[in-house]
Design a protein around this ligand. Structure first.
Ligand code: PRP
Ligand code: ORO
Ligand code: MG
Length: 194
């Protein structure tokens, strides 16, 4: 799928939102990709994650396991693993830190790709990768559906994406007046002050 086709999936799903959003990183943005509107439709999720699996195969070769950060990464991680024919596990926050729980294991030598839904600053990806690195296994790289950093986020491993976007995001004390005038909502699951 081309980047335009991925963007069309977000548009058609009602997942491309405009307003005033507080992102996971604490940055404020006039644009939010509500990925769960994609994931509510298994057929759409299958198309998008099938394309992500193809990109991962081309980029990293054979993969044994996908590891994703909860909550947003769980469904695309699982569906991408279906396309790759491999296992899918996820890390989730315990005392604020991503951990592998629920009896999930990463075997020695397993070829792993980290799968995220959206990358903005890369903070969640870096935290997920830190959790993966506490286990044996070979981390080949990372993949996401949309890279809102337009390729700028450094997560310490190669990152591939189906769509790169250049979307504005501002620190809370540097909001443009038209954004500051709108009430802010915080759609994600990370607890941040303010
Ligand atoms: O690159 P970053 O600046 O970290 O932003 C992207 C992250 O933000 C969202 O997760 P969020 O923490 O909002 O929670 P969710 O996965 O439960 O939606 C999204 O799922 C990514 O994990
Ligand atoms: O940076 C984020 O938190 C973020 C941005 C976005 O567009 N969608 C999302 O789910 N999270
Ligand atoms: Mg997330």
């Amino acid at each position: 799928m081309t980047g335009e086709e991925i963007l069309a999936e977000f548009r058609d799903a009602g997942a491309l939102l405009e307003g005033h959003f507080i992102l996971s990183s604490g940055l404020h943005s006039p644009v939010f990709l509500q990925k769960m509107r994609i994931f509510e439709d298994p057929a759409r999720t299958g198309r998008v994650c099938g394309a992500l699996a193809e990109l991962i195969r081309e980029s990293f070769g054979q993969v044994d396991m996908v590891v994703s950060p909860a909550i947003g990464g769980i469904i695309p991680g699982y569906e991408t693993a279906r396309g790759l024919g491999c296992l899918a596990v996820f890390v989730e926050r315990e005392d604020g830190e991503f951990q592998l729980r629920r009896g999930f294991e990463i075997p020695q030598g397993a070829r792993i790709v980290m799968v995220e839904d959206i990358v903005t600053t890369g903070l969640s990806s870096r935290e997920c990768i830190a959790a993966i690195r506490r286990h044996p296994g070979e981390l080949l790289g990372a993949a996401c559906i949309v890279d809102r950093s337009n390729g700028a986020a450094d997560i310490g491993v190669p990152l591939v994406s189906l769509l790169r976007m250049d979307v504005p995001a501002y620190p809370a004390d540097q909001l443009p007046p038209e954004l500051a005038a709108l009430p802010a909502t915080k759609p994600g699951s990370r607890a941040i002050a303010g």
